[in-house]
Design a protein around this ligand. Sequence first.
Ligand code: 4NP
Length: 152
Amino acid sequence: MRILMVCLGNICRSPSAEGVLRYKLNQAGLADKVFVDSAGIGGWHEGDAPDKRAQKAAKNRGYEIANLRARQIQPDDFSSFDVILGMDNNNIKALKQMPQGTAVVDLFLNYALAEQAEVDDPYYGDMQDFDQMLNYLEAGCDAIIQRLKGQL
Ligand code: 4NP
């Protein structure tokens, strides 16, 4: 099982989602069954570490994401991943405009919690927005773990 988290820049939401899900997979004993990665719709931050605020918010809750590096989504990702999860409706729109493969493309919170809700971009916000982002990511990743437990 291969899951790709996607946001616009791959420096705030999707690397945080990758870090949270990886941590929870480890805790659940599913780390060897699920591969998780993240990518951005855009390539502006290619090679960059996550935003410092995202790193700090993650670290406050015990997640380590400083070693992650941004990359842009590639055509191959649509075949090499089983599930591609976009953080907001703009991400989904952009993903659906790319050549599709075998991967299921879905909104993160819809896939996780069957909620048509977005994880808002915290980039122009403050630490409170990064904390709110993590609340959503944790709730979603908890639900994904439950779902995977039933599947794997
Ligand atoms: P992310 O946030 O999509 O959660 O990584 C953003 C980061 C950077 C930009 C946009 C969104 N940007 O335009 O540089």
